[in-house]
Write a new protein. Structure first.
Length: 236
């Protein structure tokens, strides 16, 4: 059985990842109508959607960890605890969702992965990259995405969008996930710089999409990168 294909999305809060993930998943579902695929290079049969998941969250245990890590009342979490929670969530997601799907040859799309820990805890909380990469090696058996789409619109615009979304969520269902959004702007600049550092180091894996493109423009960039890696040729 061929290994599936593992795609991750990364970016600042409010960078539009969720919208792009929905669009990409829908694109995959319709792919067989619209494309000739190099059969050996991707494995989803017609009409089957990719496996879509997110971190933190995506499993029952992960959802509990997410609530603990993102609730803005939980301000006393020490940076090391926060990082450990992110890896606990990830180890569970790999065991329960990601690795089994890849072993079945599925396409997996994950909203955030270890680059987020390197950017937020390594960069934002200033724990450094080394400890994050070491924990990834030990706890995640160094599982690497085949392709990472990194969305980096301007910091101020992303944050304003994320804050509006969180206010809506608090008003609608009382769920407050704003702990990171409430960090000062310097925190988010450190996150952004670390993301840029990762993109420069991981040139083969990471495709960087910068600037304030429209949803459609970003989607086109995402699809172009995915199609190129999977050897998918659009029908004329
Ligand atoms: P989301 O709203 O895009 O799902 O992101 C959840 C928040 O958790 C976001 O502010 C980034 C943060 N986060 C970390 O700090 N470290 C991590 O390893 C992950 C996966 C997320």
């Amino acid at each position: 059985m061929p290994r599936g294909f593992f795609i991750t999305f990364e970016g600042l809060d409010g960078s539009g990842k969720s919208t792009q993930i929905k669009r990409l998943a829908a694109w995959f579902e319709k792919l067989h109508e619209a494309a000739n695929t190099a059969a050996e290079s991707w494995a989803e049969p017609p009409g089957r959607a990719p496996v879509v998941t997110r971190q933190p969250g995506g499993t029952e245990i992960g959802d509990r960890i997410r609530a603990l890590a993102l609730d803005s009342r939980g301000t006393r979490l020490a940076p090391m605890t926060e990082m450990a929670l992110m890896f606990a969530d990830r180890a569970q997601a790999i065991a329960e969702v990601i690795q089994p799907a890849l072993d079945q040859g599925r396409i997996v799309i994950c909203d955030r992965f270890t680059d987020s820990t390197e950017a937020y805890q390594g960069g934002g909380r200033e724990l450094g990259s080394e400890i994050v990469l070491e924990l990834h090696r030990l706890l995640c058996r160094d599982l690497q995405p085949d392709l990472t789409l990194m969305l980096l619109p301007p910091v101020e615009a992303s944050l304003a969008r994320a804050q509006r979304r969180n206010e809506r969520s608090v008003a609608q269902n009382g769920r407050d996930e704003g702990r990171f959004e409430r960090e000062e702007i310097e925190f988010h600049r450190r996150v952004l710089n670390k993301y840029r550092e990762i993109a420069a180091r991981e040139r083969r894996r990471v495709v960087l999409i910068e600037g304030d493109g429209s949803i459609e423009e970003v989607h086109e960039g995402v699809v172009a990168a995915v199609a190129e890696r999977l050897g998918i040729v659009a029908k004329k």
